[in-house]
Ligand binder design. Sequence first.
Ligand code: SF4
Ligand code: SF4
Length: 279
Amino acid sequence: MSQLKSELKEGLRGLGAELVGVASLDRFEGVRPNEDPRELFPEARSIVVLGRAIPRGALRGTEEGTCWGVYRNFGGDVLSEYFLPRLTYHATRFIEDRGWEAIPMHPYPPDTQPMGVPVAEDRVAPNVVPDIRYAAVAAGLGEIGRCGLLLTPRYGPLQRLHMIVTDAEIEPDPLFEGQVCDQCEECVKQCPHGALSADPREITIAGKTMLVSDLDISKCRACGSGQQSDLYDPEGEPDRLPAACGRACVAHLMDAGLLELKYQASFRKRDPWFPRSEA
Ligand code: SF4
Ligand code: SF4
């Protein structure tokens, strides 16, 4: 491992990063221009994806139907707006102190693009926003599960991520070759609106192929089972982790013992909460 990479990873872990992975730019070959980091920074050579785990307890109030704000804070904005920016800032300063440029990126939703007009004929319309889930898979952190969420081997869907686009050439991590999602279909079955297709389709990221259900986002926007609107853009895909689909996945992966992180007791303790009209 190069000195730059080992020092960066060690430093970030010391600051509390629980997930750190590096992708090379060739792994973004074929993505649409508005999600291509090279449209943002043509000289970019590497993407660093870093993250922190979401405490399982942040979902408890939604699972019981008794408190929704805890997830919004400790699953969403406090993680994404307080803990992660500190890590991302330190990482960019670390890289720039060694003479490279580093762009810190929040996980803005890529699905609301474009939002402006091109500044030149050969440029794409703003905004260019790499897809954080794609970047995480390309950086070797995990896979996309049938539910469409990023699943990592230790935390399943319980993490929040930022990324850095840099012209520093950092040795990429290998893609994740294991499997977290076992295609149990609990996410599909427990969605009260049938928003996840029964038949999955193959998606491929940097040569890694995964089976994912199509998602009808219009149903998710109207879903009352716990989804929360995207932190950065209400038009983006809602945060589905606290919804019925995401909580079904957490419950299954933990009960089936498929995650590296083991808890003393099951997440699902009784029938999960759904709004009365959707139960
Ligand atoms: S957010 Fe709601 S509607 Fe969308 S997939 Fe999840 S449970 Fe279904
Ligand atoms: S609930 Fe099952 S099928 Fe759905 S993403 Fe999780 S592990 Fe995969």
